[in-house]
Write a protein that binds this ligand. Structure first.
Ligand code: NAI
Ligand code: MG
Length: 347
């Protein structure tokens, strides 16, 4: 039996993971599901955003379906107890260093994109974001300087083995697609980025069939809006990848459309929409469940070795959206459940 850990989390997390789980149940009969609290929900239930039982379930499971964490009412907590620590802890504990974030514009969503239709429709890219290093995991704190003013600091650092292994994921991903990899850094200013660029060039020796280019992150932000069709695969660090993938989501119509897979080198993975807990729309049935459902499709493909089921689920999501069954973020009036029902009906 294949065990799927469901970690719904906060805000719209439970609403969208429910629809993704229903789709998985409709597709495959040999999956078992076990649910555990995470984030603010876990803090309220047991005083910690990532309780030992939740981490244990994630370790035992073949794959993890994660919703979102974040609760504005808990923003005053010390950092170690904040809901967001749960997702950082899961990435660290499961060593999920590679984050795949595909972005493409589905048929019929040209009007939902922030870009002109002819520019937006060209977008079909994957951002490969490094997930367990960078400024997110470096030493951080606040202190007083000699003059008595407060100072905040976060150390940005990358080891060469961290860069090399994410570069390999980037090259492998590009090799299976259109064969083009763009490495995004800030090597004109940051030493971390200079090492990044040097190591990516070294790894490229093993991938003569992939065309490698380099781009500074500020230019990449501009190019994503000017001409997103130029990109096939982007490989970048944790911070730059976080920002660029939210930006790419707007080219693709809505942040509610973008799934992600957080992977190690084995089959285990954590799958989550790229969006957060969206407290502004939580509990209203207005959340777009497509990103969560497409994350479940990525799970079928990467962790469960069921590509044919992944294809069916993706086609069902694309079909429902193309037929106009859309939540308000895409200009529609459907509820979260109605979109889920429409997808399941197409399975
Ligand atoms: P967010 O992604 O939650 O929301 C940004 C905007 O997009 C909001 O207007 C929201 O309504 C909309 N949106 C997001 N997902 C949507 C969906 N599925 N359907 C329709 N509209 C959607 O980002 P925000 O507001 O910056 O953060 C809210 C909370 O989520 C914070 O506590 C933050 O720390 C947390 N967060 C958690 C993440 C995670 O669990 N992986 C990732 C990003 C943020
Ligand atoms: Mg983000």
């Amino acid at each position: 039996m294949t065990l799927i850990a469901i970690l719904p989390g906060d805000g719209i997390g439970p609403e969208v993971t429910t629809e993704a789980r229903r789709a998985l149940e409709a597709l495959a009969y040999d999956l078992t599901f076990e649910e555990a609290p995470v984030g603010g929900a876990a803090y309220r239930a047991c005083g910690h955003p990532l309780p030992e039982q939740t981490l244990d379930l994630a370790r035992r499971a073949d794959a993890v379906l994660f919703g979102a964490v974040g609760d504005p009412d808990l923003d005053g907590l010390e950092r170690a107890l904040r809901p967001e620590q749960a997702i950082l802890g899961l990435r660290r504990e499961l060593a999920l260093f590679a984050n795949l974030r595909p972005a493409r514009l589905f048929p019929g969503l040209e009007d939902a994109s922030a870009l002109r239709p002819e520019v937006a429709s060209a977008i079909d890219l994957v951002i490969v974001r490094e997930l367990t290093g960078d400024v997110y995991f470096g030493e951080k704190g606040q202190r007083q300087t000699a003059t008595g003013s407060r100072q905040g600091y976060d150390i940005m650092a990358y080891d060469e083995h961290e860069v090399a292994r994410i570069a390999r994921v980037g090259f492998e991903t590009a090799r299976k697609r259109r064969g083009r990899l763009c490495s995004v850094d800030k090597a004109n200013v940051l030493e971390t980025s200079q090492l990044w660029r040097d190591v990516v060039i070294e790894v490229a020796a093993d991938y003569a069939d992939v065309e490698l280019s380099h781009m500074y992150v500020d230019n990449a932000a501009m190019q994503l809006v000017r001409n997103p069709g130029q990109f096939d695969v982007i490989v970048t660090g944790n911070l730059f990848g976080d920002i660029l993938s939210d930006q790419a989501s707007m080219c693709a119509g809505s942040i509610g459309m973008l799934p992600s897979a957080a992977l190690n080198t084995d089959a285990k993975g954590l799958y989550e929409p790229i969006h957060g807990s969206a407290p502004d729309i939580a509990g209203k049935g207005a959340a777009n469940p497509c990103a969560a459902m497409l994350s479940a499709a990525m799970m079928l493909r990467h962790s469960l070795a069921r590509p044919e089921l992944a294809d069916r689920l993706e086609a069902a999501v694309i079909g429902a959206v193309a037929d106009g069954i859309r939540t308000p973020d895409l200009g529609g009036t459907a509820t979260t459940r109605q979109v889920g029902d429409a997808v399941i009906a197409r399975l």
